[in-house]
Design a protein around this ligand. Structure first.
Ligand SMILES: NC(=O)c1ccc[n+]([C@@H]2O[C@H](COP(=O)([O-])OP(=O)(O)OC[C@H]3O[C@@H](n4cnc5c(N)ncnc54)[C@H](O)[C@@H]3O)[C@@H](O)[C@H]2O)c1
Length: 273
């Protein structure tokens, strides 16, 4: 078994299900101790239990990415338990499909609060800890083994171009690409790499919600919505959560030390820049 994250401490947000759960399992499989952080406490616990059953180390932390105080408490709890943070994978996010002309402030605010504001303050809290834990002599000498920080954010193909029925979501995901670049520039001097994944169509509970909401707008069944989306994918299939998790693990590893500020499309060829 590849233990490339042995002794590494990782926080995965949105770890209760879907892509976040797969990322948590993959990092733990490779030796990381994982804080499985999610708004839904019972699903976060289930992820942590799965990791324990497979011989790994994990802790479930309920928190709300929309609340800065809750983010800080989640990061502090991780540090109290394991004294440091080496990896943050910012997976948690929410979606809504609704036509542009019908969206309200009440639709806009929660999506931006979670996908954009929460992501930034989670990244900030983890980065502050990553910087705090660099010993002064190591900082003076440049890169050393204990000087390690990897942050991976989650955008979407919807962040690559506009979506008439996902205006707040697409805006928040476009912002994540830019936030990744800004954070990569700000944190490069501390040897903290910040990268991003833009998934295409991965059949998780989020996509089920999206298909149902899109179907209400179009009058098609959710199954037909999914079929039509798959038609537009060059590889003609949906991706799996494991395929996304493996790319996240790569970006968290030393193999990606010279990559920062990048957004990688993992989407079967839907977007090509
Ligand atoms: N599934 C896809 O096809 C797809 C495509 C592109 C991008 N993405 C992105 O990938 C990420 C994961 O997507 P998914 O499909 O696994 O979603 P999902 O809805 O299946 O899971 C999201 C998880 O985030 C948690 N979460 C939501 N709001 C939270 C909050 N305020 N605080 C803490 N936790 C919260 C949920 O409880 C859930 O466990 C999201 O950022 C999503 O936008 C997914």
């Amino acid at each position: 078994m590849n233990k490339k994250f042995i002794d590494k401490i990782a926080i995965v947000t949105g770890a209760g299900r879907g892509i976040g759960q797969a990322v948590a399992l993959e990092l733990a499989r490779c030796g990381a101790k994982v804080a499985a952080a999610d708004r839904d406490e019972s699903s976060a616990r289930q992820t942590a239990e799965q990791i324990h059953k497979r011989g790994g180390q994990a802790m479930a932390i309920p928190f709300d990415l929309a609340e800065v105080a809750s983010i800080q408490a989640m990061v502090e709890k991780t540090v109290r338990q394991w004294q440091r943070i080496d990896i943050l994978v910012n997976v948690a996010g929410i979606i809504q499909a609704k036509p542009l002309l019908e969206i309200t402030e009440g639709d806009w605010d929660p999506i931006i609060a979670v996908n954009q504001k929460g992501l930034v303050f989670c990244l900030q809290a983890a980065a502050q800890q990553m910087i705090r834990q660099i010993p002064p002599e190591v900082r003076a000498a440049g890169r050393a083994e204990r000087c390690y920080g990897k942050i991976v954010n989650f955008s979407s193909v919807s962040g690559r171009r506009g979506r008439s029925h996902q205006v707040p979501y697409a805006a928040s995901k476009a912002a994540v690409i830019n936030i990744t670049q800004s954070a990569a520039l700000a944190l490069a001097r501390y040897h903290i790499n910040v990268n991003c994944i833009a998934p295409g169509m991965i059949l998780t509970p989020m996509w089920e919600q999206n298909a149902a909401e899109m179907g209400k707008i179009s009058g098609l069944s959710p199954q037909e919505e999914i079929r039509q989306f798959i038609e537009k994918i060059p590889l003609k299939r949906t991706g799996t959560v494991e395929e996304i998790a493996r790319v996240a693990a790569f970006l968290c590893s030393e193999d990606a030390d010279y990559i920062t500020g990048q957004t990688i499309n993992v989407d079967g060829g839907v977007e090509m820049n």
